[in-house]
Structure formats: C-alpha cells, structure tokens
Design a protein around this ligand. Structure first.
Ligand code: FEO
Length: 397
C-alpha cells in the first residue's frame, strides 16, 4: 500500500505475540512498520522483529519485483525493528546501511559481524538523494534509545519518526484477513488510547528529548508522520503533535481523578471504591479506578499520567507496602511522574506504615502536591472512614 506516490508501506502485523517487549499486553497485536521508497535509488526504511522477518522479506521481495535496494535506513536498533539488518546486508551485497555512529556500534554488538564498510554514518542535517526523493536526517537520541534518528522525506513531507507517534495494536483486524486500507491511516477517534499507553510506558521517561524533537520538527513542512508501530498519520496533524507536546511536557491531558488501589482482604478496595462513589456523586468530575493486582499495570501508568489527580490506596504489608503498590510507585518514578496532585489512603490493623512509604515515594518525584492528611483506615471501613473519605473527596474535587 502506498502512503505517498512511490512510497510503500511494507510492514507486518504480529497478532500472536503474548507480551510486547516481554512485558506489555497487546490484545490487538502490534505492527512492525517498514517502508520502501522507490526511486532511482531504492531505500528500505527499517526491518522488523525476528518473529516476522520471513513474512516481511517476502513482502519486500514482492515490492522490489526483482530489483535490489540501494540503502537500508536504520532509524532504531531495538530488535523489533532491526532484527533483519544482517539478513538484508547479506542478501543484497550492494545495499548500504545508513545509520548513526551509535547505531553502527550496536550493529556489531547485535550481529557480531563487522559491517563497517557497508554502513554510511549520518549526522544531524545530512541528506541522502535518492532521485526525486531526498531524505534529511534528524538525530533523536533517547527517544528512547541513544542511537535513534528520524528522517524527513522532503518531496512528500514525510517524517519517518522511529518509535515516536507509535501505537499498540496491529493494523489488521483480528476478525478479518489482511489489512484494510483504512486501518493504515490514523483517525483522531481511537488513536490516543493505545498510543498513550505506548507513549508513557515506552517513551515516557524521555519527555525532555521529545520536546527537543518537537522543536526541531516545528519548522519542517510535515504532511505525513510514518512511525514504526501503528497507523500512519496523514490528517489532523495538529491534534497528534499537540497531544505529543502535552504528554512530553508532563502536563495532564484531562482533568480527572485516578484511584489506584490494592487490597489484601477487600477492605482497602471497599474504601477506594467508596471514595470513587463519593467523588462521582459530586458530578462533573471524571473518576477512574484500577485494582493494581488485577488490572493491566501499563494501563494504570497511562491513567496516572493522563489525569491531573491521583489517589493511591494500599494496606500495610510486612511493615511496608504490598509489592504491587511498590511496583506501581517504582514504575511512576522511573517514568518521571511529575506535576500532579496526589492523595494517600492507607490501611493498617496494628501499625499502619503504608502511608509513610507512599509519601516518601512521592517526595522523591518532581512537582507533586500532596493533599494532607493521609487517610488511615483502621482495618475496615466504618463511619469514621467514610467521614474521612468525604473530607478527602471535598479537597480532591
Ligand atoms: Fe519499537 Fe524501541 O522499538
């Protein structure tokens, strides 16, 4: 399928992967995107995951129709995109890999072969003339690996954006054969949900680098964004760019309250849901909840970043926190959670300590406003607990 004249999508879907990157649930699969620029010189933009290399190479061969590629553009060396680099360079001896210096080091590390004479190293602003099409290289270090670059195709205005603007979810539909043309193109409705979960869990730590990239991209006449996962963005670009600006600046996207809880015997859960009920009854406030032990952790991280207010509710366990809450807080810390308002609810039957532990975790994060006091549940939800939760709800709302 063409995304522009003589520029084809040649990516593949992975519908049977259980966990992406060994940790993220992808109920609708994931796509490994790759593109082919067909000009006097032929450029292949990235390869795919080893799980799907055979399928991808068959598609590449079909698109080449007997010709051979001149360049393999390597935007990112993570194996979901670079597993086929050695295969391509071996199969097409006239093909040069085009990458950053850091990527060249990784090529040797991953494949244990010195392809130095087959790699063309590029840096910020370098261009590569293919004929009618010209690629301009844009360095994008730490989005989200150090060797990452993007490229801007000047004729059609296409930003090949590496993992940026990526989204979980395959481009085929699980219930249908192959990819429908309309699923290749992003639509504002329905894009953000899985793009946000992808962004905050995979790229989220590197907001400052994304901000630098957005500033570099601002003067470019971008018409299409072609990411390495998910649909191509070729309409309403302002929406996607401003959403990425919000996310990477660590600004809340929506006003709302996210309640993340865990519970040993249901009492803390009861308190968390009671708080949600009190808040919802107030009207006009969006409330979302997650049982951290049962719901998707990546989705909980997404919601924590999405909303401006967060409530954490946990029982005391072994003199500290239930491991699942510890894990949630660790995820927030490593993803640079910041600039939010947080309230804390703890439970304890003899020496409540969870509140202190959660408070300490948030004190290590940047620009967190804590709503005082910490609410303490004494074993079970009682009239006093409901009064305390009502007072907390008033402050939160
Ligand atoms: Fe989609 Fe960072 O790999």
């Amino acid at each position: 399928m063409e995304i522009a004249k003589n520029i084809k999508y040649i990516g593949v879907d992975d519908m049977d992967i259980d966990l992406f990157e060994g940790q993220y649930k992808v109920p609708e699969g994931i796509s490994y995107n790759s593109y082919l620029i067909d000009d006097e010189k032929i450029a292949v933009m990235d390869t795919v995951d080893a799980r799907k290399t055979d399928e991808w190479i068959a598609g590449l061969e079909a698109a080449l129709a007997g010709r051979t590629p001149d360049y393999l553009i390597i935007h990112h060396m993570e194996p979901d995109h670079a597993s086929g680099v050695r295969l391509v360079l071996d199969k097409y001896p006239g093909c040069k890999g085009v990458c950053t210096q850091k990527a060249a080091v990784m090529v040797k590390r991953f494949f244990d072969v010195d392809f130095a004479d087959r790699l063309q190293i590029v840096k910020e602003g370098d261009t590569l003339q293919l004929g009618e099409h010209t690629l301009q290289f844009i360095m994008a270090p730490m989005i989200h690996w150090p060797e990452v670059m993007m490229s801007f195709e000047q004729k059609e205005g296409i930003l090949f954006a590496a993992d940026a603007f990526g989204k979980f979810g395959a481009l085929s539909h699980p219930d249908s054969e192959g990819m429908a043309a309309d699923r290749l193109h992003a639509t504002v409705d329905g894009w953000a949900c899985e793009a946000r979960r992808y962004y905050f869990n995979i790229v989220g730590k590197y907001g400052a680098m994304v901000q630098v990239l957005l500033k570099k991209a601002a003067p470019l006449p971008i018409r299409i964004i072609a990411p390495l996962h998910g649909p191509v963005i070729d309409s309403d670009l302002g929406y996607y760019l401003s959403t990425y600006d919000t996310w990477s600046a660590y600004k809340p996207e929506d006003e709302g309250i996210f309640i993340a809880y865990c519970s040993l015997h249901g009492n803390t859960r009861q308190a968390a849901l009671k708080l949600a009920e009190i808040l919802s009854a107030k009207g006009g406030v969006k409330v979302s909840t997650s049982d951290l032990a049962r719901d998707d952790m990546a989705e909980a991280i997404e919601d924590a970043f999405r909303y401006d207010r967060l409530v954490v509710c946990a029982p005391t366990y072994d003199g500290g926190l239930m491991p699942v809450m510890q894990d949630f807080l660790h995820h927030l810390a490593i993803k640079a959670y910041q600039n939010r308002t947080v309230a804390i609810v703890e439970n304890g039957s003899w020496a409540p300590a969870a509140g202190k532990k959660m408070l300490e975790a948030f004190q290590q994060m940047k620009d967190i406003t804590i709503i005082e006091p910490v609410v303490t549940i004494e074993s079970t939800v009682k009239a006093k607990t409901i009064a305390d939760l009502t007072a907390l709800a008033n402050k939160l709302a």
